[in-house]
Design a protein around this ligand. Structure first.
Ligand SMILES: [Fe+2]
Length: 318
């Protein structure tokens, strides 16, 4: 059931991210950090408005827009989470979020103009606060994640740098250091960029190395590109907005990881990105030669070069 805080209307301000610590500038895309914001109670996050948004997104069949699953997965489930068979529609899952045992992800919500305006506003604040240059952002997106009480978001990595805004409910965020190779191995990153989105594996031994954040509504957390993360809801339903975006330097690193995946497959021990400028440049240029010059999607931008380069290899393996 929506709370009073989720249904009230507040005036849209020009500054939504508050109490900006120095971390915004010094730690952006290097370390995770917590911040606060004033999106709690914003009308775009009421359950009826979100159910309407889901309907709008589902009507657009040109792209995947809604992921709708059961909320009771374990932390090591990867993305192999079953569909929620207890409810009949995404509308029911959202409208009855407190009881439906659901996990709903609304992708690219900026296809609705009201959410587009909010994404634009937040991106301009984030870029200003972090010092990240607009021309270095190669792709941006906003998603809204809704989950019933006690739902788990399993351990995984993303290519994007992410700012997550907790708008309703409370969650525990576990975030690991993307550069700690005792947590995230080079091989796992290479497999991820070769297309295995479940390549990063959770083990109980890694738990002690997580930075744990208690996220209440009105707080948020930044996790850098490739920083492993997992979330656990508290005892009330959760609504969170994610602003995530690709940064050119990480895109280039992704190409190096893709070449390293291939080199490892033929028995070599590839040099990780950042250790040899000429090797990185050579690997990037090989992937770049095959990549779509005008990619229409993030997937094409990141993976089209690798995909085309490996067509013969995949044919042989078949
Ligand atoms: Fe994620």
């Amino acid at each position: 059931m929506p709370t009073a805080a989720a249904t009230k209307t507040i005036p849209q301000t020009t500054q939504n991210i508050e109490a900006k610590p120095n971390a915004f500038r010094s730690d952006f895309n290097k370390k995770s950090f917590q911040f606060s914001h004033n999106l709690v109670g914003h009308r775009l996050f009421s359950l009826p408005r979100l159910a309407e948004l889901a309907k709008t997104l589902l009507a657009d069949t040109t792209t995947r827009s809604v992921r709708w699953q059961a909320g009771g997965a374990p932390v090591d489930a990867g993305w192999a989470v079953p569909l929620n068979e207890k409810v009949e529609s995404v509308n029911e899952a959202i409208s009855n979020l407190a009881e439906s045992g659901s996990w709903v992800l609304l992708y690219s919500v900026q296809r609705d103009p009201e959410y587009r305006a909010l994404l634009d506003q937040l991106m301009s604040e984030i870029l200003s606060d972090t010092g990240c240059r607009r021309e270095d952002v190669t792709w941006e997106d906003a998603y809204i994640f809704l989950a019933s009480p006690n739902a788990v978001t399993p351990y995984h990595i993303d290519h994007e740098a992410t700012f997550l805004f907790q708008v309703h409910g409370n969650r525990t965020a576990n975030i690991w250091d993307a550069n700690d190779r005792s947590v995230l191995q080079e091989k796992e990153i290479e497999k991820y960029y070769a297309g295995d989105l479940n390549a990063a594996k959770y083990t109980v031994e890694k738990q002690a190395k997580a930075t744990v954040y208690a996220l209440n509504q009105g707080t948020g957390v930044h996790h850098p590109s490739k920083a492993p993360h997992a979330f656990k809801n508290g005892d009330i339903y959760s609504i969170a907005l994610g602003i995530h975006f690709c940064v050119r330097e990480c895109d280039q690193q992704a190409a190096t990881y893709q070449m390293n995946y291939l080199l490892r497959r033929v028995g070599l021990k590839p040099t990780p990105p950042g250790k040899s400028a000429w090797r990185d440049k050579l690997k990037m240029s090989i992937i770049g030669m095959f990549a779509d010059k005008n990619p229409k999607t993030k997937h094409d931008m990141l993976r089209s070069g690798f995909k085309k380069l490996t067509i013969p290899l995949r044919a042989v393996m078949k």
